[in-house]
Unconditional design. Structure first.
Length: 248
């Protein structure tokens, strides 16, 4: 699977991968690029079915999405990298830390869903809705979960990402989430892990993220107040220093 990516920062610097949220592209990391690329070779990529990456027919699995990133590292001829992921991208990061531990130096998992296999219907229904009516059917509700009502930033780039996301890619990634259970392998993670959640996340409630910190050996937890799901976009002044501190 060929993933679309863009690399910024010094060519000889340590590599940091950026994995995006469901429905978003690498463009969602714009608030982080300047800060990170001063110190790191930053590789922001689109998941399969998203952005300019290939869109094979679904369903996909978390093994597919994680395996794509391993192949990307091989393509880049990078033996080991740090990884920062939010939402679905955070889930992929947890998968990588479990299944390809030798490839992950440090991990930041932001608002990551970790176990939806016990109650998959929400994601299966959303996949069906998007296949029937397109991503425009879920865009307004998604933005309502991703940002608090008083957010004053420009939502248009995020709205456009969701509207432009290939319907099949979005739906097939919903199916990957619906069957996902990353809990059994958390105890085996050896990379240093920073978990970030927010107090007002409706997409991945904090009560599903906080317990992960006690399951992952040595994990550090940060809870961002007065923030919703897409906290990297809404609160870069809080998130960027946390990323830099952990990656260093």
């Amino acid at each position: 699977m060929r993933l679309n990516y863009e690399a910024t920062g010094p060519a000889d610097a340590p590599v940091v991968l950026l994995g995006s949220s469901l429905g978003a592209t690498q463009a969602m990391w714009a608030p982080q690029l300047d800060a990170l690329s001063k110190r790191y070779r930053v590789v922001a990529f689109d998941h399969r079915g998203h952005g300019k990456s290939e869109v094979p027919p679904g369903p996909y699995t978390i093994d597919d999405l994680g395996g794509d990133v391993v192949e990307l590292l091989d393509t880049l001829e990078v033996d080991q990298a740090s990884y920062v992921g939010i939402s679905l991208g955070g889930s992929v990061g947890l998968w990588l830390a479990q299944h390809a531990p030798e490839r992950i130096h440090r991990l930041v998992a932001i608002c990551p869903p970790s176990n939806t296999a016990a109650n998959p219907q929400t994601w299966i229904d959303r996949a069906a809705q998007v296949r029937a009516d397109g991503t425009q059917a879920i865009t307004d509700a998604t933005l309502g979960r991703w940002f608090l009502p008083d957010f004053e930033g420009d939502l248009e780039p995020v709205r456009r990402m969701l509207l432009d996301c290939p319907d099949e890619g979005y739906a097939a990634c919903c199916e990957a989430i619906s069957a996902m259970n990353l809990l059994p392998g958390l105890k085996d993670i050896t990379a240093p892990v920073l978990l970030i959640t927010t107090d007002s996340d409706q997409s991945v409630p904090p009560e599903t993220v906080v317990p992960l910190a006690s399951e992952i050996p040595g994990a550090h937890l940060e809870i961002i107040e007065k923030a919703a799901h897409l906290v990297t976009y809404s609160h870069p002044e809080v998130i960027n220093p946390l990323l830099l501190a952990h990656l260093a």
